[in-house]
Design a protein around this ligand. Structure first.
Ligand code: NAD
Length: 495
C-alpha cells in the first residue's frame, strides 16, 4: 500500500483520519502514493494555527520577514532537483520543464524579498495647519490559496512569498493530483526559519477548498484553475465578504503575419503548443494565419515537425511527457473527434500515438480550417492539440480573438512594427506577446488575463500581488500645539 501524504499544519506533518485519494505517475499509470483529504476539522485546525501565528508574524519587521524569504530562496535553489523530480513524477512534465517552473517561482520569492521597499507607503506632511497624513499597507490576516495541477510549485509560489512578505499567514490547498510539491515547499520555508503556523498546507478536494473558503477567519482567497471553478469560487468568496482573485482557463491565439519567418515561428509555436503536453494556461492553442499562403506554409512545416516530437517519460527529458490522467486523455480524444465531425481537417492525428504504453501518453495533433463555431475553437482543450484558423487581415484576426470567451494571452509574430503596435493596443487579453510565444510576465510585473480568464480586479504577483495581500490604512495626525481651542462643528477643511 503506497504511503499517504499528510497535511502540513503548525510547522509539522499531520495525518488526518479522513479518507484519501490515489496519486498517479502519469508516465506509468501506477498509483505511487495517496493523499489525505482534509475534512472540516482538519481545515479548522490549520486556520486556528494560522490565526494564532498572525499577531507575531504581522508585527515582525518587514526586513526580518524578507531575511527568511532570502533563506527560503537559497534552500529551494539547493533542493530544486528533488523538487523537480517530484513534480515530474506526479505531473508528467519533463524534468527540465519542472526545473523551469521552480525558477519562475524563485523569481517571485526574489521579488518578495524587496518587501521593505514595496510597503513604504505614502506620506504627505502638512496637509493642513499642523496636520500630517500618511497611508500604510496593512496585512489582511489569514489568507488561502487554492491551486491547479499543472504548476505544482510555480502557482503556489505566485501567492505564498508575497502573502507572507506582506505579513499575512497562509493556508494552501494544492491540487489533489500533484500534491507533494506543496509539503516540500512548506518544509523549506520552515527550515528557513518561518515560525510555525505562518504557512500551512491542507490537502484534499473541492469540499476541502470550500471548507477553507467558508471559514470566517479566512480573509481572502487566491484561486488558479479552470473557469467554471474560478467563477464559483469568486462568487462564493465575494458573497462571504472576502477579497478574492480567481484565475481561470484560456484559449491563447498566436497571429502569424505574412512577413513572419516561418521556420522561426514554427519553432516558437511547437514549444508553446506542445510543451508540457499543452497543459499550460499560456499554451498556444490556436494559430491565426493571415492569408492562405501563410496558412499553407505553417501547416506543412508544423505537420512535418509535429510527427517528429519526442514523447516519453518526463524523466528522460523528451519534448513532452504524458497528460495528467486517463480521463483527461479521453476528454482530449473526444474533442479531437468533435473537430473532425464538425468539419476541421485533421492534419496530424496524435490520438493513438504511444497508446500501447501503460502511461497516459498521446501524440501532438494539428487541425487546419478550424472555425469559430467548432468546439475545438471555443473550448479549452488543455492538451497537445493545435488548430489553424485562416483569416484575411489583421483586423479580422483581432475581431476574432476579441470575440472569444477567454482573454489570457495573445501573441503576434511579425516583422512589421505597425502591425505589432496595432495588435498590442487593440487586443483584449491580459498578457500580450510580440514575437514572444509564451508571454508570461516576470515576477515584478503582474500575471493575469481578461474576460473569463480572471475574476476579480487584481492579477497575481508583482505590484498587484502586494495590493491584493494588503489593505490601505490612512492616518491623519495633529499634535497639541496646533489643536484648535474651541469645538469645530463643520466639516474639517485645510486652511
Ligand atoms: P480545477 O479547476 O479542476 O482545480 C483547481 C483547484 O480547485 C484544485 O485544487 C481543485 O481541488 C479545486 N477544485 C476543483 N473543483 C472545485 C470546486 N467545485 N470547488 C472548489 N474547489 C475546487 O483545475 P485543474 O484541472 O487542476 O487545472 C487546470 C485548469 O487551470 C485549466 O483550466 C487551466 O487553464 C487553469 N490554469 C489557469 C492559470 C491561470 O493563470 N489563468 C494557470 C494555471 C492553470
Amino acid at each position: 500500500m503506497p504511503a499517504t501524504i499528510p497535511h502540513f499544519i503548525d510547522g509539522a506533518l499531520f495525518a488526518s483520519a479522513a479518507p484519501s485519494l490515489p496519486v498517479f505517475n502519469p508516465a506509468t499509470a501506477a498509483v505511487i502514493r495517496h493523499v489525505g483529504i482534509a475534512d472540516t476539522g482538519t481545515v479548522q485546525k490549520a486556520v486556528t494555527s494560522a490565526q494564532a501565528a498572525f499577531p507575531a508574524w504581522s508585527a515582525t519587521p518587514p526586513v526580518q520577514r524578507a531575511r527568511i524569504l532570502f533563506k527560503a530562496r537559497e534552500l529551494m535553489d539547493q533542493q530544486r532537483d528533488a523538487l523537480a523530480a517530484l513534480i515530474c513524477e506526479e505531473h508528467g512534465k519533463t524534468l527540465a520543464d519542472a526545473d523551469g517552473e521552480i525558477s519562475r517561482g524563485l523569481e517571485v520569492i526574489e521579488f518578495a524579498c524587496g518587501i521593505p521597499h514595496l510597503l513604504k507607503g505614502e506620506h504627505s506632511p502638512h496637509v493642513g495647519r499642523g496636520v500630517d497624513s500618511w497611508s500604510q499597507y496593512a496585512p489582511l490576516g489569514v489568507v488561502a490559496g487554492i491551486t491547479p495541477f499543472n504548476f505544482p510549485a510555480m502557482v503556489p509560489l505566485w501567492m505564498i512569498p508575497i502573502a507572507l512578505a506582506c505579513g499575512n499567514t497562509f493556508i494552501l490547498k494544492p491540487s489533489e493530483r500533484t500534491p507533494s510539491a506543496a509539503n516540500r515547499i512548506a518544509a523549506i520555508f520552515s527550515e528557513a526559519g518561518l515560525p510555525d503556523g505562518v504557512l500551512n498546507v491542507v490537502h484534499g478536494n473541492a469540499d476541502t477548498a470550500n471548507a477553507l473558503m467558508d471559514d470566517p477567519r479566512v480573509q481572502a482567497v487566491s484561486f488558479v484553475g479552470s473557469t467554471p471553478v474560478a467563477q464559483a469560487i469568486y462568487a462564493r468568496a465575494s458573497a462571504l465578504g472576502k477579497r478574492a482573485q480567481a484565475l481561470g482557463g484560456a484559449k491563447n491565439h498566436m497571429v502569424v503575419m505574412p512577413d513572419a519567418d516561418i521556420p522561426g515561428t514554427c519553432d516558437a509555436l511547437l514549444g508553446a503548443a506542445f510543451g508540457s503536453a499543452g497543459e499550460r494556461c499560456m499554451a498556444a492553442a490556436i494559430t491565426v494565419a493571415i492569408g492562405n499562403d501563410t496558412a499553407d506554409a505553417l501547416r506543412d512545416e508544423l505537420a512535418a515537425r509535429i510527427k517528429t516530437l519526442r514523447i516519453d517519460n518526463g524523466r528522460t527529458n523528451p519534448d513532452m511527457g504524458p497528460v495528467i490522467t486517463d480521463t483527461h486523455r479521453q476528454k482530449i480524444t473526444a474533442l479531437i473527434d468533435s473537430g473532425m465531425s464538425e468539419g476541421a481537417s485533421l492534419i496530424v492525428d496524435g490520438r493513438t500515438i504511444l497508446a500501447d504504453k501503460p502511461g497516459f501518453f498521446m501524440g501532438g495533433s494539428l487541425f487546419d480550417h478550424v472555425t469559430p463555431a467548432m468546439r475545438i475553437y471555443k473550448e479549452e482543450i488543455f492538451g497537445p492539440v493545435l488548430g489553424i484558423v485562416r483569416c484575411n487581415s489583421l483586423d479580422e484576426a483581432i475581431a476574432l480573438i476579441n470575440a472569444h470567451e477567454y482573454g489570457n494571452g495573445a501573441v503576434i509574430f511579425t516583422r512589421n512594427g505597425d502591425a505589432a503596435r496595432t495588435f498590442s493596443q487593440q487586443i483584449a487579453a491580459g498578457m500580450v506577446g510580440i514575437n514572444v510565444p509564451v508571454p508570461v510576465p516576470m515576477a515584478f510585473h503582474s500575471f493575469g488575463g481578461w474576460k473569463r480568464s480572471l475574476f476579480g480586479p487584481l492579477h497575481m504577483h508583482g505590484p498587484d500581488g502586494v495590493r491584493f495581500y494588503t489593505r490601505l490604512k490612512t492616518v491623519t495626525a495633529r499634535w497639541p500645539d496646533s489643536l484648535s481651542d474651541s469645538a469645530e462643528f463643520v466639516m474639517p477643511v485645510a486652511r
